[in-house]
Design a protein around this ligand. Structure first.
Ligand SMILES: NC(=O)c1ccc[n+]([C@@H]2O[C@H](COP(=O)([O-])OP(=O)(O)OC[C@H]3O[C@@H](n4cnc5c(N)ncnc54)[C@H](O)[C@@H]3O)[C@@H](O)[C@H]2O)c1
Length: 394
């Protein structure tokens, strides 16, 4: 099958197995180039390990510290006439590379919110790893079936309290327009918190602790975003931001438990980046396109792998401890939030139109990063060649 990108709005419905493997290899090579991370994690559970920040965390743990990793994700295999999702191909590529390097790597594809997948993970950890010393919680999901009630909660990306009007960009068509998003109701707020808040993270850590599968000193980290005021109505103060507040509540609760054995739980606030999750948020892709332009010019641009390598190497391991902000969060969004970066973004923001989008923003960089998520546009991949889309999970 010859596989080309088929972009539909903010998703690409095809993925290229060889391209995804090349993308994963780029990330592995980056971590190797940065050198070993001293005193790094040894046995790691990554929940949400197949794309974005979770995949970058897994690669950093494995190839920066030689860690054994168990990855949990929810990806769709290929079907007749249809490719698998990129996380499927990413995981196969990662696992093969880890095995070739002599590292333990196993995977569970299924709903991390379910009791069944938790049980499967616990059984595998007990049988293969004994105790784990790091749990990375990096889920981004549009829905969650609650394990106790069976209720399906759907998350929404909406402001809270008042409608929000701002510029947005259709990244596929390159059209800048004004968008107005009506505020969420109470049920939508509660549903978004049920999906993207901290309850499931607590359930995972509680299950691991009860089963005595956490090593003394075990750490856990989950990821959040804050960003500049221009996006606050849709992010920090919107439904997703309220869910992230609940994630912070969970961090404090889990931290109190882990402290008793010398461990910790915390939130790392990461940079805004092109991922499948962020491309679905209104307004944010325009912000990211401007941010990329400004940070590339400043020489401080990072992607997921640079962010996670920096988190592990300068905040979590290598003899470092996280330098927490006032709210107890690690901040690898520090370069994004530098005043000179944010003032440059704020200067550009009001001037952007469809006509000058290519000049004032890095929409080209946004698009190529987006396509890369699906394995397209990688150097040295022959996209005219026939490629086998049906690849079994390893
Ligand atoms: N992208 C950004 O700009 C950004 C910035 C800061 C923080 N974050 C946070 O980082 C975290 C990860 O986001 P991302 O952007 O890397 O997203 P992503 O879409 O790239 O990755 C999401 C992961 O979750 C997995 N997943 C989704 N639903 C699942 C389920 N039910 N069961 C098992 N696995 C499931 C997917 O398979 C994938 O591995 C989120 O908490 C997000 O809010 C993202």
């Amino acid at each position: 099958m010859i596989i080309k990108p088929k972009v539909r709005g903010f998703v690409c419905v095809t993925a290229h197995p060889t391209g995804c493997a090349a993308h994963v290899q780029e990330w592995i090579d980056y971590v190797k180039r940065k050198g070993p991370i001293a005193n790094g994690p040894k046995k790691v559970l990554v929940i949400g390990s197949s794309t974005g920040y979770g995949l970058a965390s897994r690669i950093t743990a494995a190839f920066g510290s030689g860690a054994a990793t168990l990855g949990i994700f929810f990806e769709r295999p290929s079907e007749e006439g249809r490719t698998a999702t990129p996380g499927w191909y990413n995981t196969i590529a990662f696992t093969k590379a880890a095995h070739a390097a002599g590292l333990y790597a196993k995977n569970i594809n299924g709903d991390a919110f379910s009791t069944d997948i938790k049980r499967q993970a616990l059984d595998l950890i007990r049988a293969d790893l004994g105790q784990i010393d790091l749990v990375v919680y990096s889920l981004a999901s549009p829905r969650r079936t609650h394990p106790a009630t069976g209720v399906v909660h759907k998350s929404v990306l909406k402001p809270v309290g008042a409608s929000y009007t701002n510029k947005t960009v259709d990244t596929d068509k390159g059209i800048v327009s004004s968008v107005t998003i009506e505020p969420a109701n109470e049920a939508e707020i509660a549903d978004t918190t049920a999906v993207m808040g901290g309850e499931d993270w607590e359930l995972w850590l509680g299950a691991l602790r009860d089963a005595n599968l956490l090593a003394p000193g075990a750490q856990t980290v989950a990821y959040s975003y804050i960003g500049p005021e221009v996006t606050w109505p849709i992010y920090k103060n919107g439904t997703i931001g309220l869910a992230k507040n609940d994630l912070e509540r969970a961090a404090r609760a889990i931290d109190a438990q882990l402290k008793t054995t010398g461990g910790r739980a915390f939130i790392s606030v990461n940079k805004a980046l092109v991922t499948q999750a962020s491309s679905a948020i209104p307004v944010v892709p325009l912000y990211i396109s401007i941010l990329y332009k400004v940070m590339k010019a400043a020489g401080t641009h990072e992607g997921c792998i640079e962010q996670m390598q920096r988190l592990f190497a300068t905040q979590m391991y290598n003899g470092h401890s996280p330098s927490f902000d006032d709210a107890g969060r690690a901040r690898v969004d520090d370069w994004e939030m530098r005043p000179e970066i944010q003032s440059a973004v704020a200067r550009i923001w009001p001037d952007v139109t469809t006509e000058n989008l290519a000049d004032l923003t890095d929409i080209a960089g946004y698009r190529s990063e987006f396509l890369k998520l699906f394995g397209f546009g990688l150097p040295n991949v022959n996209y005219e060649a026939d490629v086998e889309p049906h690849v079994p999970m390893v």
